[in-house]
Design a binder for this molecule. Structure first.
Ligand SMILES: Nc1ncnc2c1ncn2[C@@H]1O[C@H](COP(=O)(O)OP(=O)(O)OP(=O)(O)O)[C@@H](O)[C@H]1O
Ligand SMILES: [Mg+2]
Length: 232
């Protein structure tokens, strides 16, 4: 029996004021279970990044609830929320969000150090995960010296290095060639996903659709179920 990792109910999010006011999420409900690698697909501007931000404790919704492992995350105070993000969630941002003044290894090590791993072990683990995403030998470089696809892989290494219970990836293969993208998603499915973890991926990349255990479609701020075979 699959257990729910994330449950969202009636989530609404507006942006902007006056004429520019737009509704990014219109009454979105979703249940993502442990053991699932759930994909959300849909056109640009349909609300996918906004939804991931609300589910992971980054962006407060205007209404609706999000519970993770049964706890209502939007009733936590800001310290508890920061703690929740650090300990439960690994997040790959669509635009990477790397720290420009740190080396790639230090970027990957940051969440480990925040979780009180000692510096030497954190760097060792970071280098191991950089190796997994194909960036052996890049550990000492700052992000500015890397290509877009290499930066994206640093962001993926940072999110998976802490083996989070909930891994959320926003277009994780957008800057990668087919083989590299598939290799990383295959690794994540085989080595990170298990029955006490849940993986949520937003993607336009049909080359990785086959790894999904379930696919949902987003359109104009609304989420709908979809048959995987209808999308493939
Ligand atoms: N910070 C913001 N301020 C104002 N409007 C925003 C903001 N963030 C998102 N929006 C709007 O909300 C809607 C949904 O945006 P979102 O980034 O969630 O879409 P998306 O599905 O992730 O698109 P893409 O596939 O291009 O990444 C869009 O109309 C966007 O312009
Ligand atoms: Mg987006």
């Amino acid at each position: 029996m699959l257990q729910p990792a994330i449950q969202a109910t009636g989530v609404v999010k507006w942006f902007g004021e006056g004429e520019a006011r737009t509704q990014a999420l219109r009454d979105v409900s979703l249940s993502a279970n442990f053991g699932e690698m759930l994909y959300i697909v849909g056109p640009s501007g349909s609300g996918k990044t906004t939804l991931l931000s609300v589910l992971s404790g980054i962006l407060r919704p205007d209404s609706g609830t999000v519970s993770v492992e049964g706890a209502d995350i939007w009733s936590l105070n800001s310290d508890q929320l920061a703690d929740f993000r650090l300990h439960k969630i690994g997040f790959v941002f669509q635009d990477y969000h790397l720290f420009p003044r740190l080396t790639t290894a230090e970027n990957v090590a940051v969440p480990l150090i925040l979780k009180r791993m000692n510096w030497g072990d954190a760097i060792k683990q970071a280098v191991h995960y950089l190796d997994i995403v194909g960036l052996k030998g890049r550990a000492e470089l700052p992000p500015v010296k890397l290509s877009g696809g290499e930066q994206q892989r640093v962001a993926i290494a940072r999110a998976i290095a802490g083996q989070p219970e909930i891994l959320i990836m926003d277009e994780p293969t957008a800057s990668l060639d087919g083989e590299t993208g598939q290799g990383i998603v295959r690794f994540v499915k085989q080595n990170i996903l298990n029955e006490s973890r849940c993986i949520l991926i937003v993607t336009h990349d049909s080359r990785i659709y086959d790894f999904a255990t379930r696919i949902l479609k987003m359109a104009d701020g609304r989420l709908a179920g979809a048959e995987k075979r209808e999308i493939l």
